[in-house]
Design a protein around this ligand. Structure first.
Ligand code: NAD
Length: 499
């Protein structure tokens, strides 16, 4: 059995805790590897290595740090196929989608290549008589990232790209369900010229997360995962005096106005609802047609489109999506389908019971469609994170706008319409962090920043873009004066003002 270990000080380090987790191949349902789960004691070694490496790394000039990022980008591109296959084999997403996972992370690395410019401070000459003021962005020291299973390449790179380029040392705690790609990324960073210790990977579960969040040497923690855990990590991190950003779950809505291009909207919704088996925090699991006529037409087209979907193993080039990540997750999604039925929603297409010949034990689920879901149902309130699409019918624009706005999550939302006026009003008023106008998955590009509202994001600063640089740096402001020799101006007992 293959074992997946930690990566500390530039080398693979075997776990010593005696605890392991199973890593499945979701296509076959079999355990394909065992991942070491670190103890709090094992974290010490990673922190010591990071703390020793960080000061020298921070002194490397930013252009040279950027060159490591450039080389890492080249290596990622050279290894894209191997990485996509490895990723797909543990996560279950199809290979083309695994490449997308890597590519979206790579785009953050491209952004981090601009770090010399991004770190520049501000300067005011003559803020007072003979006084100049300037600001610096300095790294925090040792920082950490805790990532979810659903984007094992992109989300680690969201974090360590800006953090390391800014001069920090980074400890990555990947999801224990698909830990191989994060480990390979760390190896490639070293190959790209990163000094050992600047990026360490510690595998583990809750035990190591708590140790990271409590560790006094770790100055900032970035977390992405489900909301209850995000909120706990946020509170614990703040209690330990850390800078924390914790992104949580989601339940994104797609509003379809009567004037929308329905064929285009259906194509977009199908891809966003079922792509990656719905295991994306920016998936579109709720669609809100406005008016009965729109709802009926939309439902008919959705059913037809679902009929054309192909669920297959992640190496099947024609499959639209693959299995979900674990048997436990599959069972949880099936439970939500039962709950939806029990709560009175109409099950239009039932994806349960799908069996792929030759892969009967894989964690596959067919596309599921519910109609007449209402906002008093727990199946609407909670995140399902599977290939389940819900139609919630609305009578008016106001009612449609109120649904995502009132929801506990506020990650992403989309509106499909030909009306600029309606789209503009929607974008202004909706209580959600990322809005798509005829764009089903509005994940901001790498030079903007990613973050949801309400229970989707416990953070003052979002992921990547300038917010990422701000999160991993502290601003220092220097007020300087170089008095001419001679008569002293004397003491001032009044707070200096610019009057
Ligand atoms: P998860 O919350 O189970 O795990 C996330 C991380 O927390 C993992 O590294 C895991 O090992 C660790 N963890 C698990 N249990 C813990 C505990 N009790 N205490 C401390 N740490 C613990 O999430 P997941 O299932 O890996 O990922 C799916 C979730 O992530 C979904 O809710 C999805 O919406 C969310 N997500 C959010 C974003 C975003 O940016 N908002 C992006 C991707 C995924």
């Amino acid at each position: 059995m293959r074992s997946i270990e930690h990566f500390i000080d530039g080398q693979v380090v075997a776990g010593a805790s005696g605890r392991h987790g199973d890593v499945f191949d979701p296509n076959t349902g079999r355990v394909q590897a065992r991942v070491s789960l670190a103890s709090a004691g094992e974290l010490e070694r990673a922190v010591a290595s990071a703390a020793a490496a960080q000061p020298a790394w921070a002194k490397v000039n930013p252009q040279r740090r950027a060159r490591v990022m450039f080389e890492f980008k080249r290596l990622l591109e050279a290894h894209m196929d191997e990485l996509a296959r490895l990723l797909a084999s543990e996560h279950g997403k199809v290979i083309s989608d695994a490449r997308g996972d890597l590519q979206r992370g790579l785009e953050v690395i491209e952004f981090a290549c601009g770090i010399p410019h991004l770190l520049k401070g501000e300067y005011t000459e003559g803020a007072g008589p003979g006084i100049d003021v300037y600001s610096l962005r300095q790294p925090l020291g040792v920082v950490a990232g805790i990532t979810p299973f659903n984007f094992p390449a992109m989300i680690p790179m969201w974090m360590f790209g800006p953090a390391i380029a800014s001069g920090n040392a980074f400890i990555l705690k990947p999801s224990e369900r698909d830990p191989s790609v994060p480990l390979r990324l760390a190896e490639l960073m070293i190959e790209a010229g990163l000094p050992p210790g600047v990026l360490n990977v510690v595998q583990g579960d809750r035990e190591i997360v708590e140790a990271i969040v409590r560790h006094p040497e770790i100055k900032a923690v970035s977390f992405v995962g489900s909301s209850d855990i995000a909120q706990t990590v946020y509170a614990l991190g703040a209690q330990h005096g850390k800078r924390v950003q914790c992104m949580g779950g989601a339940k994104n809505h797609g509003i379809v106005l009567p004037d929308a291009d329905l064929d285009q909207a259906v194509a977009d919704i199908i891809g966003a609802a079922y792509g990656s088996a719905g295991e994306r925090c920016m998936a579109l699991p709720v669609v809100v047609p406005v008016g009965e006529a729109t709802a009926d037409a939309l439902r008919e087209k959705l059913v037809t489109a679902i009929g054309d979907l192909r669920v297959g193993v992640s190496t099947d080039p024609d499959a639209h999506y693959g299995p979900v990540v674990t048997a436990a997750h599959k069972a949880r999604i099936e439970q939500w389908i039962r709950t939806g039925v029990d709560e009175g929603a109409e099950l239009v297409v039932d994806g349960r019971g799908l069996s792929l010949p030759g892969h009967e034990d894989g964690f596959f689920l067919g596309p599921t469609l519910f109609d007449r879901v209402t906002s008093d149902m727990s199946a609407w309130r909670e995140e399902i994170f599977g290939p389940v699409l819900q139609i919630v019918r609305a009578d008016s624009f106001e009612q449609a706008l109120a649904l995502p706005s009132a929801h506990q999550y506020g990650n992403g939302v989309a509106i499909f319409t030909r009306s600029g006026e309606a789209a503009r009003e929607f974008a202004q008023r909706v209580e959600v962090g990322m809005v798509g106008i005829n764009v089903p998955i509005p994940v901001p590009v790498a030079y903007h920043s990613f973050g949801g509202w309400k229970r989707s994001g416990f953070a003052d600063l979002n992921q990547y873009g300038m917010d990422g640089v701000r999160f991993y740096t502290r601003t220092k402001v220097v007020t300087q004066r170089w008095p001419k020799g001679g008569a002293s101006a004397g003491s001032a007992f009044v707070i200096p003002t610019m009057q």
